[in-house]
Every structure is written in structure tokens, then in C-alpha cells.
Ligand binder design. Sequence first.
Ligand code: PLP
Length: 440
Amino acid sequence: MTPEQQTQLWRSRDLKHCWHPFTPQSIWGKESEMLFIESGEGVWLRDSLGRRYIDGNSSIWVNIHGHAHPRIVSAIAAQAGKIAHSSYLGFSHGLASDLATRLCSYFPKDTLSRVFFSDDGSTALETALKMAFQSWAQTPGEEARRSFVAFNNCYHGDTMGAASLGGVANFFDKFKGYGIPVHHATGMADLHALSQDERASIAAIVIEPIIQGVNRMTPWPKGMLLELREYCNDNNIYLICDEVMTGFGRTGKLFASMIEGVIPDFLCCAKGLTSGYSPLAACLTTESIFESFLGDYSENKTFYYGHSFTAHPIGCAAAMASLDIFEEDQVLENLVPKIELIAQLAQQLEQSSPYVRAHRQVGMILGIDITRADGSPYLQNERAGEKACVAMRPYQLLTRPVTHDTIVFMPPLCISEQEIRQAFAAIEQGISDALACMPS
Ligand SMILES: *Cc1c(COP(=O)(O)O)cnc(C)c1O
């Protein structure tokens, strides 16, 4: 079979039997070519027809050190050769002990000192929600803390609990009324306006620290996270930081919370934990929360929660190798000039492209807003962002928009300055090719 015939066969099988996430299946594969990604190396992806592309959104925000990194690949292979999966329920394994110890070592002693493993971002958030809820239920005098606060337009995952936090109307409105009770706040002012009674009913406040992702890559005002930490301290409310997108160097620090020196009561990480090589998540928490689950067997304080693949050994092996690379290659130190270059090129793009009106950047995360040349916004059903991203493919860049008109550029941290320049040229060309032929 030629690569063309093979691709056609996969395409017809996909159309017949597959169902893609967040995808209107009625138009899937009809308006733009269905790409089959077959391999990758560093920031480059290769499709089944041999074409190469820069991975402009780190394969949906997960990849950190590039694809097929020899060090991570050999760690995974070595682990798979020993044992691919063993149960963390009733047994333990060494890599999980080492990884938990290492994750806690990034935080001051006596702060985040316990790690609960799960599979992905959503289940890391479920873990934090359930732990927060049950912890208060087992704390005399605090049993009334049963509700959660999240922020408008936030995104915390798609399982029912994580989705009840979600503030993006398009995704979550159909499920309104299901899931857990959540109060949505726009910012600190709303929290300060809550009565003492309301504050005393809150188990935890959940935030994407420093920058909201799905909400068009929108940074919070400077100092807001620190103010939120103080608010939580003053009102005896747990703070849950969802670092699923921001963790592992994406913002220039290992974790975004570190930018304001904030330590949450729960820190959830997933996507980049394994450098995106394998699904694995971790929810870090404090010793005092851990202790609220201790007691006589008869008190029934156990955290009855977990998944088949908890602390998956292959994920743990990948995560350890990824953290080694951070140290040995001084990844965070080497990001500084790249972050500056992205800032400079984003500024230039905003000046030179008639379709770019604004951009927002935190570290290696960039959102670029597109409009019509006269500055008027595109409507959601025009799908301008999607069309612009498809038009970037011939210029060797793959990425996706968030909402309908914000282009995301969030490459693997290993991208070179040369490749960053190449990616920006593709972004500018793709935007102008696609939008020039859209109705004004
Ligand atoms: C992706 C993401 C999640 C959900 O993670 P999954 O692994 O897709 O379940 C949660 N929170 C944030 C901030 C994310 O970016």
C-alpha cells in the first residue's frame, strides 16, 4: 500500500468508527484534510504522507521536551521491559515513591508533602474536590463547608465534578443543574462581597493560577493569586491551584504559583508531568489535610477513591526522566531568551498584521486575538480561528484556537529561536491567507 492508500483507508475507518473529542462530527474531515500524525522528533511532527510541521500547541498543551526524546523513550522502554503496570491499591512501587518525593521537594518543607496520583487533569481535580469536601466533613465544627467557588470562564476538565466548576458556557451549560454546587466569581471583588455565612460554607476556591487557558489565554491581574491566598487564609478556605496547563515550565517557572510565591492547599498537575508522554496526574496536598483522613478503622475516614491506573509505572518513569532533563539541560534558565523573542515577535505581529488586535503572553504561553481588518470581531459560527489554523499547515505549523478567535502558540520548551521565528512566519501567513478570503 502506498502512503496515500494507507491514509485513505485510515480516513474511511475513522469516518466509520471514530468519535473525536470537542468535535462537531457532522463536519469532521469534510472542510479540512484529516491529518494522521505518525511520528515526531523534537518540536517536529510528521504526518502519514511524510509532511513535517512544528508542534505549535505542544500536542494540546502537553509536550514539554519535544517528541521522541531519547532519554524519556529509554526510561519508558526500560520500565515496560520490567513491568508496564502493577496495582497501587494494596501495593506500592519504587518509582512512585521517588516521584512523590521529588515533586514535594520543589516546595518548602512542611507545605505540600503528600502526593495522590491519578490519570489526567480532570481526575487530579476530582481528587482535590473530593479530598477538600471529605476533609472538612471530618473536621469538627467545619462540616458546613460543602460548596466550591470557581471563576467565570474557567476550565478544569470534563468529568462531572471538574465540569461543574467549568465556566465556559458553550461546554458546560447543557449540564447545568448536575454535578456539585459551585458559585462563580469574576474576581476578588466578588469574593470580598460574600457574607460571613457564605464564606463559612465554602470548602475550597479553585483557580487556574496566573493565567486562564481556555478563556483565551487571559492572565490574572498581578498580585491576584497572592490576594486570593490571603483571603483563603483569613476565611479558613482551601485553595486549589489547577496547574494542569501551567505546570512544568510553561510560564517560565516550574509551577505558575511560584511566580507570586503562593503555595496552595492542593496543587493539581497532569499534562506536562510526563512531558506529555503518558497519562499521569498528581494532586499534591498538605500534611494537615492528610491527617484529617487518619483515625481508627471504625471511624471510616479513609479516602475511598482511586483509578485502575493510579501511579502508572510507565508514567512515573517518564516523569522522572522529564524532571532529570529539566535539571541537566537547565531548561528553565534557557527559556529566558525564548520568552523574550516570543514577546518581541508577538508585538511585531500585532503591528504588521491587519487581523491581529491583541495578544497575551505568560512565559511560553501566547494567545493571539484575530479580528476583521476593520477591527470588528468575528462571530463564533464564522470559525475564523479554526480556518486560520488550517491555513498555517502549508507553512508547516499545527495549532488550534481557543474559543473561536484566539490562536494559541505554546510550543514544547525545547523549541529553538530559529523555529520560533519560523512558527511566527507561519502564523502571520496562515492568518492572512485565511482571513483575506472571508467575508468582511
Ligand atoms: C487540560 C486541562 C484540564 C483537564 O485535563 P485532562 O487531562 O484533559 O483531563 C484541567 N485544567 C486545565 C487548566 C487544563 O488545561
